[in-house]
Design a protein around this ligand. Sequence first.
Ligand code: FES
Length: 91
Amino acid sequence: MIRIRPRARGPLAVELHGPCELYGLDGVALDLAGKTRVLLCRCGHSKQAPICDGSHYQTDFEKPAAPPDADDAHDAHDAHDAHDAHDAPPT
Ligand code: FES
């Protein structure tokens, strides 16, 4: 089993309870022998991607916002249109 937990403002903590294969950006398998946990970068700033190297501490990385549901997205679009109409210069 593999358990994955996102850390607020940080990586995905992956607990390894069995075999797992993880590959680097070059397509080469990473050596996970003896590891029970890996931290996967999700900020995009790690120089050792896909492994977190702590670079997220030097960024303003925030966890991705939850996607809005369809009704919220529609309301936001309407509000944006109304705002644009209000700010439009007189013709
Ligand atoms: S989440 Fe840690 S370097 Fe990206």
